[in-house]
Ligand binder design. Structure first.
Ligand SMILES: Nc1ncnc2c1ncn2[C@@H]1O[C@H](COP(=O)(O)OP(=O)(O)O)[C@@H](O)[C@H]1O
Ligand SMILES: [Mg+2]
Length: 482
């Protein structure tokens, strides 16, 4: 029997006291100026941060059918020992990384919604879960440190109220816009172009009001206002609604914008006397709380048309409009997912033209490589998961083979059966076929098919890391019009 001391010891060993203190670091605005001037990367925007996070886990170079591609360790889920690991889908994952790369460098994809599109069960949700998990994890690391602030506001009787910035903004936003450009130029001097930081937009309505009230009180002395700032580490946490938002449209008739952009706090109106006082507003909509991180729109295209336009503003201008308040700046990655029928509905809808144009669609097809399919099943049906039950030999292989066969097109080449095609795709050799002819085979498949799922692989699975971010954008818009 394990004694209780052994249990305490185990817990002690796992809980990292130093890590805890680091994560709960607090300091003055002045301390923060020290931190950013030594390491401006702490002020990266959400796109730069996610891109760096993905690369943080390392890259393997691989080749498949004589094409080189990069395999990103991140997508094998090193954080949870492979629980959410993705198998296959190399092309699709590389497109995603290209999206983040070009967004991180400010080439325009940061103004687009990333839309994952594919059949049910093709790992769209899993990919979003991975990204969320990744940024939570990264924000706890030395390399991924980020900061936000609280206000220390005097109360009667000499005490203070500590009020956190409701949208956990970057402390550099406290530098008035007139001076910010020069400050950033100074910080960026030492950084290579792709790492330069930019801090755009004004503070959220609550912080702006607090800032202005204090500035008035100190007769324009900004440094005195900064004495009311407590800078603290910002750890992203989906559970605590910090830096990660999720929105799932419910009933189409019953969608409410307050879920996205926050709501009036009726209890506090009495206290502050007006419903347009930002202190009487909860900036706790999904778009608010996702600031600095990412927001996932589940079944994005079921969203009411009016909201789709809100979403456009959020992606295109990086602005949201909470009821009663001016536009508010946000810094977050917007990812949506959708399945075929919903997307097709949108394609025939002229009102949605603007939306389609501002979306980067990434296809997440079913997997067509047998070994990858087997690995997917083994993730769920292994000895650890399935206990006390025997799985007959080769059950998983046969199930995987059957699934893959349903997704393959009848080969056009005479003399080739579907099963042979499956073998070729899985890297087996068949007399008379070389790696080059396999590539041809994947390319002969038409790119898009309407309707049935088996066509969804359409050769895209093998379209590795070719597309650079630039033409990816173009492709997304030409496709959306096709
Ligand atoms: N290519 C893949 N690699 C790993 N797992 C996969 C893959 N495709 C599907 N899965 C698994 O299938 C299940 C369904 O995936 P999910 O992400 O919920 O699909 P979607 O959101 O696209 O409907 C999950 O358990 C997921 O891990
Ligand atoms: Mg899903």
């Amino acid at each position: 029997m394990a004694g209780k001391n052994a249990i305490y010891e185990l817990v002690d060993k796992r809980l990292d006291a130093q890590g805890f203190r680091d994560e709960h670091w607090e300091g003055t605005f002045d301390d923060y100026m020290d931190i950013v001037s030594r390491n401006p990367k702490v002020a990266r925007n959400s796109f730069q941060r996610i891109f760096d996070m993905i690369l943080h886990f390392g890259i393997d170079r691989k080749s498949k059918f004589r094409r080189e591609y990069a395999q990103l360790q991140f997508f094998s889920d090193p954080i949870d020992h492979g629980d959410d690991g993705i198998f296959g889908l190399e092309g699709s994952l590389m497109h995603r990384v290209d999206f983040f790369k070009s967004a991180a460098q400010g080439y325009g994809t940061e103004r687009r919604i990333l839309l994952l599109h594919g059949p049910v069960g093709s790992a769209k949700s899993t990919i979003c879960r991975l990204l969320k998990k990744g940024i939570e994890y990264y924000s706890k690391l030395e390399e991924g440190k980020m900061y936000t602030f609280s206000w220390k506001l005097p109360r009667e009787g000499g005490e203070f109220d500590i009020v956190p910035c409701p949208m956990h903004e970057e402390p550099l936003k406290l530098i008035p816009q007139s001076a910010r450009r020069d400050v950033l130029a100074m910080l960026n001097e030492s950084l290579p172009p792709e790492q330069r930081i930019s801090v755009n937009g004004d503070l959220d309505p609550f912080c702006r009001k607090t800032f202005e009230d204090l500035l008035k009180r100190y007769d324009g002395n900004w440094k005195k206002v900064m004495d009311h700032i407590i800078v603290k580490r910002f750890i992203i946490s989906e559970k605590d609604r910090r830096g990660i938002g999720t929105f799932q449209p419910k009933d189409e008739k019953n969608q409410d914008s307050t879920e996205l952009t926050g709501d009036i706090n009726f209890r506090k109106i009495a206290e502050y006397g007006s419903d347009s006082d930002p202190r009487a507003f909860n900036f706790d909509g999904e778009l608010n709380i996702a600031n600095r991180g990412l927001i996932e729109f589940i079944e994005a295209l079921k969203l009411d048309v009016a909201f789709l336009y809100d979403l456009l503003g959020a992606s295109q201008e990086h602005m949201i409009k909470p009821k009663k308040f001016a536009q508010t700046h946000i810094d977050e990655v917007i990812i949506g997912h959708t399945n075929e029928p919903e997307y097709k509905k949108l394609q025939n809808n002229e009102l949605m033209e603007a939306f389609r144009d501002r979306t980067i669609k990434i296809d997440v097809p079913y997997n067509v490589v047998l070994d990858d399919e087997i690995k997917i099943y083994e993730k769920d049906f292994n000895k650890e998961r399935v206990r006390g039950m025997h799985i007959a030999p080769h059950t998983i292989e046969v199930a995987a083979m059957w699934a893959v066969l349903t997704r393959l097109e009848e080969p056009k080449k005479a003399g080739l059966t579907r099963l042979q095609k499956l073998k070729l795709y899985s890297g087996k050799s068949i007399p008379g076929f070389t790696e080059d002819s396999v590539r041809e085979l994947t390319e002969e498949a038409p790119r898009r098919h309407a309707g049935h799922q088996s066509a969804l692989h359409s050769g895209q699975d093998f379209e590795f890391a070719r597309q650079r971010s630039g033409d990816q954008k173009e492709r997304a818009s030409t496709r959306s019009r096709s």
